[in-house]
Design a protein around this ligand. Structure first.
Ligand code: FMN
Length: 194
């Protein structure tokens, strides 16, 4: 392990944590068990991680035998590293990983076309978060070519049908804008009698 790598992540007992997890998997699981690691490579504030730090972290994770890397971004198809790099952040990471492990990504993938575009960058898998909250049938809509029906807001008038857990509703209400909402008026319109 290089000193750059240990210096960077010593505060998080990073190496020990992963080694311990690998030992637990080896000793206590009977079936194949995937160990992945999720990174959020978008610390824009002063002193935040930059792309060279992320690449060093990724190399360290792969050296620790992770099975996959999951990249969490604000916007997979829009986020670019600070500085002069013109590539997307996710493209940068895909190129750096260079097929050593599968790379997954999440962030602002709402439509089937966006999902396809993200997969086209070379990702092994994509994750859909809020899109799935707004559309419990997201997969069926995307697969059946009905992508135009994928909603971009959570329809509050469908509160009962959506079957979201109460705790999630509370989180949505506590953080306006986290998941865009609308309330469609579904009352039948009164047709004036003649
Ligand atoms: C309901 C909900 C729960 C989430 N829980 C977690 C979590 O436990 N850990 C985590 O790292 N990210 C969590 N996320 C973040 C998502 O994994 C994802 O990175 C983020 O929502 C961006 O993707 P999206 O634009 O498709 O939603 C959650 C997101 C949502 C909507």
């Amino acid at each position: 392990m290089t000193s750059e790598y240990t210096d960077l992540f010593r505060p998080f007992a990073f190496h020990n944590g992963l080694t311990l997890r690998n030992r637990v998997i080896a000793n206590h699981t009977k079936r194949p068990f995937a160990l992945g690691y999720r990174i959020s490579p978008e610390e824009r504030e002063d002193g935040g991680y930059r792309m060279p730090d992320i690449c060093a972290l990724v190399d360290g994770l792969i050296a620790e035998n992770i099975d996959y890397l999951h990249v969490s971004l604000n916007d997979v198809l829009g986020a670019r590293p600070l500085g002069a790099d013109t590539r997307l952040t996710v493209e940068h990471i895909i190129a750096h990983v260079d097929e050593r492990v599968p790379v997954l990504a999440a962030g602002m993938l709402r439509t089937a076309a966006q999902a396809q575009a993200a997969l086209g960058l070379g990702l092994s898998l994509i994750a859909v978060g809020k899109g799935l909250v707004m559309n419990p049938d997201w997969m069926a809509l995307a697969e059946s070519g009905c992508g135009a029906q994928i909603r971009q807001e959570l329809d509050l008038s469908e509160r009962k049908e959506l079957l979201l857990p109460e705790g999630l509703w509370q989180a949505i209400e506590a953080a306006p804008g986290w998941i865009p909402t609308i309330e469609v008026d579904r009352k039948p319109t009164n047709v004036p009698s003649r």
